[in-house]
Design a protein around this ligand. Structure first.
Ligand SMILES: *Cc1c(COP(=O)(O)O)cnc(C)c1O
Length: 361
């Protein structure tokens, strides 16, 4: 729940998937870190900005995700703009899913490499662009979101791996919406597909399910060491604060202790989606807790969102150019922090506004 201009509204558009952003143990960990280390890192990591917590965080992420090493960044956005230019140069080519996140697109542009998009999650299209273009470049990398944030569908990483392996191309996956959500106990998309050791770079963020702020790259030790030297936002921008690092470590501890929050997230999402479908709403192609409510035209999505807000439910309406023309929608983000009564309240509001606006009968 949020208070906006004095009104209490149900938060249906936060990335706080597991409710960790306000978890008492996370808050306590952050406070302790402030007491011990102060509020700021004081420098970039490679000068004197690194403290025990940054190092512990990287070790803990590597263990959690079963990779050789991990490097933390100030955000997921920075992790992408750091890694792609470090891995790809002017002589190289990037095969990029058409619906990739803006930070991937910016990272690709900064790299100076040739960017060749392929049709969203379409393996025939991916293989075709690789076959046509690979011989003209030194090296190649496939880059994809893990979970696509507007539709909630999951990249077919197992098939992407088969193709990458066949043509000897690197793979990078941005698991921002999969971290803490997919895989055993929230270990992410690589764990979900059992592809440990087969994906060259796994990008993650601590700002979504982990409830804090920060980014990470996980993968082979050689690659991580290279990024430590060549990832410009790592080298030239100050580290996350001690409180951020400590809270993120606590998030990993909580996830390692129990799968309860991740399980509840999926139960809540399944319940909400099932009830929305029963009401007659189109929830698109999502297979994750991201739940788009497809409405067609942008003015309808905006009006729907306003009426929901009046009914005490805060959702995110989006249209072109964030999503294709005619595919305007509301995007509902389900969380483990939602109680059953909250979901029921949300469903009631959707039902009454949906009937009023003629979206459902
Ligand atoms: C949210 C998101 C990011 C950015 O993460 P921040 O930590 O908020 O900077 C990057 N990539 C994808 C796919 C995202 O969904």
């Amino acid at each position: 729940w949020l208070v906006i201009e004095g009104r209490k509204v149900l938060n249906f558009c936060s990335n706080n998937y597991l409710g960790l952003a306000n978890h008492p143990r996370m808050v306590a960990a952050a406070k302790q870190a402030i007491d011990k280390y102060g509020v700021g890192p004081g420098a970039v990591r490679i000068i004197s900005g690194t403290n025990d917590l940054h190092i512990e965080l990287e070790k803990r992420v590597a263990k959690f995700k079963q990779v050789e090493a991990a490097l933390s960044f100030q955000s997921g956005f920075q992790a992408n703009t750091a890694s792609i230019p470090a891995m790809v140069g002017r002589e190289d080519v990037i095969f990029s899913d058409k619906l990739n996140h803006a930070s991937i697109i910016d990272g690709c542009r900064l790299s100076g490499g040739k960017i060749i998009p392929y049709e969203h999650c379409d393996m025939n299209s991916l293989e075709q662009v690789i076959r046509e273009n690979l011989p003209n470049f030194r090296r190649a990398m496939i880059i994809t979101d893990g979970v696509f944030s507007m539709d909630g569908d999951v990249a077919p990483l197992d098939q992407i791996y088969e193709i990458a392996h066949k043509y000897d191309v690197l793979i990078m996956v941005d698991d921002a919406h999969g971290e803490g959500v997919l895989g055993r106990g929230g270990r992410g998309i690589v764990d979900h597909f059992g592809l440990h050791g087969k994906v060259d770079l796994e990008i993650g963020t601590f700002s979504k399910a982990f409830g804090v702020v920060g980014g990470v790259v996980a993968g082979k030790a050689t690659i991580i060491e290279w990024l430590r030297q060549r990832g410009r936002p790592f080298v030239f921008s100050s580290a996350v604060t001690p409180a951020d690092a400590a809270a993120t470590i606590e998030a990993i501890t909580l996830l390692e202790e129990s799968t309860e929050l991740v399980d509840r997230l999926w139960e809540n999402a399944a319940f909400f989606k099932k009830e929305m479908k029963t009401l007659g709403f189109d929830t698109g192609v999502s297979t994750t807790p991201i739940t788009p409510i497809m409405l067609g035209e942008a003015p309808l999505a905006q009006q729907f969102s306003r009426e929901l807000f009046d009914a005490g439910v805060f959702t995110f309406a989006t249209g072109f150019p964030i999503v294709p023309l005619g595919k305007a929608r509301l995007r509902v983000m389900i969380s483990a922090a939602h109680q059953k009564e909250d979901l029921e309240k949300g469903l009631e509001a959707f039902a009454s506004v949906g009937r009023k606006l003629g979206v459902i009968q």
